[in-house]
Design a binder for this molecule. Sequence first.
Ligand code: SF4
Length: 336
Amino acid sequence: MTNETILEVNDLKKHFDMGKGKSLKAVDGISFDVKRGETFGVVGESGCGKSTAGRTILTLYNSTEGEVLFKGTNVHGLSEKEQFHYFRNMQMIFQDPYASLNPRSTVKEIIAEPLEVHGIYKKKSEKLDRIYELLEEVGLNRDHANRYPHEFSGGQRQRIGIARALALDPEFIICDEPISALDVSVQAQIINLLERLQEEKGLTYLFIAHDLSMVRHISDRIAVMYLGHIVELTDSERLYEKPLHPYTQALLSAVPIPDPKIEEERERIIIEGDLPSPIDPPSGCVFRTRCPYAEDVCAEVKPKWQEAEEGRYVACHLYDDSISHMQPRHIEQAKN
Ligand code: SF4
């Protein structure tokens, strides 16, 4: 990871119009930056807005408000033609390798598609060589080029998806739950492949996942999302050692520990209730309807996004000195 910022997301919002004056606030003002060569994890339960955020960053959705600066340029301020050029540098690996590959196309045709759309190779032989090279880079071989997706296992299909994402030599890849649909035994192989490719090509990843165990080893920093908001952001090590936000604490308590004794003895924090509707989110803190520490102020005042420690951000009144009455009662409990 370098100090160079490759992606900057400023107060990004994506609201979907639901008619009758209502809107679904899938992403409601998120900000973060990603350094070149970094793996930046985005974690949250289903419906928290993480995949919508990824798609809006890639301009697959228009933003409602806010900026996405890729190497200093706001990609949402560009014309379609200019976005097309940027898209070469920003690619996506999808969750479901079964659904994301056209079943009627051969592997060769699937990987050739982005090369053809961008008119990269004029000579057929050069294009074919590039396809073979990509297959080998992801652990497949040239004999696989003329086969169809249904002839492969889930892990192999995800490798084809990765080869397609690499075809245009991008600098930045959004990995949208790339291992969630795979068997546990295959997940580690795909993570190892992504890590090797990152090292070899200096890639930057935004890695979206629904549970913290999946991003633990691959991410340098992690943002935890809840109902369209980022509630905590810090480096992976500190997040796992001592989560600050009550939602992060609950998510982490659900991650299995390989030691059966510790696993049996530790206390699980169960989040009560369902995720509220993003059409009508709670006032104040969006987590307050499920938070064990919630007080009246949590319904009245939206928590500030603040730096609790150097490089560590959280949105919760437990860490806000100006809401001092909440501090003595809960802060140690929440921090330890
Ligand atoms: Fe819980 Fe209040 Fe903190 Fe929200 S602001 S997470 S409701 S303590």
